[in-house]
Design a binder for this molecule. Structure first.
Ligand SMILES: [Zn+2]
Length: 212
């Protein structure tokens, strides 16, 4: 069941590698299905080796319904986010270095670039440190995300959320691009920040992006 969706998760993992958001078996991809169950990538497998049968389908109590593998070790955290944020359809977790580095030097990645505002709607919050593979990662994401579609997990990585796998991926990729520019600017001099009004203006849907 859900072959198309399982392929979508594997393809997203390959894109995460391609964009340098993860290395080897790091990170994970998960998706809420229409029947209220979830797909999660398997624990500790290379994305390039994953096949449809390796993707695990489980219910919100973490009972495995389909799949021959153990699900991602972050599954408790992912299910916590899905339970507490019903609008979230897809979550990707990465260890993307630039956004993670921004989290090592501050309490947020400031909304100083259009791409950060377009994807996160403002500053991207940094959560306090929690150990990996613990539900705390999900608890802190829900506590800190506010209106942002992403959080930087303190001393760890990023959680990006969306209404589809692609939109979560898009958020993570643009966040990384923005974090890279921000850190380059910080290393070179002082950063020109935007005002609250400028951020609000940028965050308004002006209806001119995309195809009709
Ligand atoms: Zn991680």
């Amino acid at each position: 069941m859900y072959e198309k969706e399982k392929q979508e998760l594997i393809k997203c993992g390959m894109e995460m590698l391609r964009y340098g958001l993860v290395s080897l078996t790091g990170g994970n991809v998960s998706l809420r299905l229409d029947d209220g169950t979830f797909l999660v990538t398997p624990s500790a497998m290379l994305y390039e080796d994953m096949e449809e049968d390796d993707i695990v389908r489980l219910d919100c109590e973490k009972n495995i319904l389909e799949g021959r593998r153990r699900p991602s070790s972050d599954t408790d955290a992912l299910l916590y986010i899905f339970r507490h944020k019903p609008e979230v359809k897809a979550i990707i977790h990465t260890h993307q270095p630039y956004a993670t580095a921004a989290g090592l030097i501050g309490d947020c990645l400031p909304a100083c670039l259009t791409t950060i505002i377009d994807t996160a709607h403002g500053d991207v919050p940094v959560t306090p440190f929690t150990v990996s593979s613990d539900e705390g990662m999900g608890v802190q994401t829900v506590r800190y995300c506010g209106a942002s579609d992403a959080v930087i997990l303190g001393n760890h990585g990023v959680i990006a959320m969306g209404d589809s796998v692609f939109s979560a991926l898009e958020t993570a990729v643009y966040l990384e691009e923005g974090a890279k520019a921000y850190l380059a600017a910080r290393a070179a001099g002082s950063v020109k920040y935007l005002t609250k009004e400028q951020i609000e203006q940028e965050d308004m849907d002006r209806g001119n992006y995309g195809q009709q």
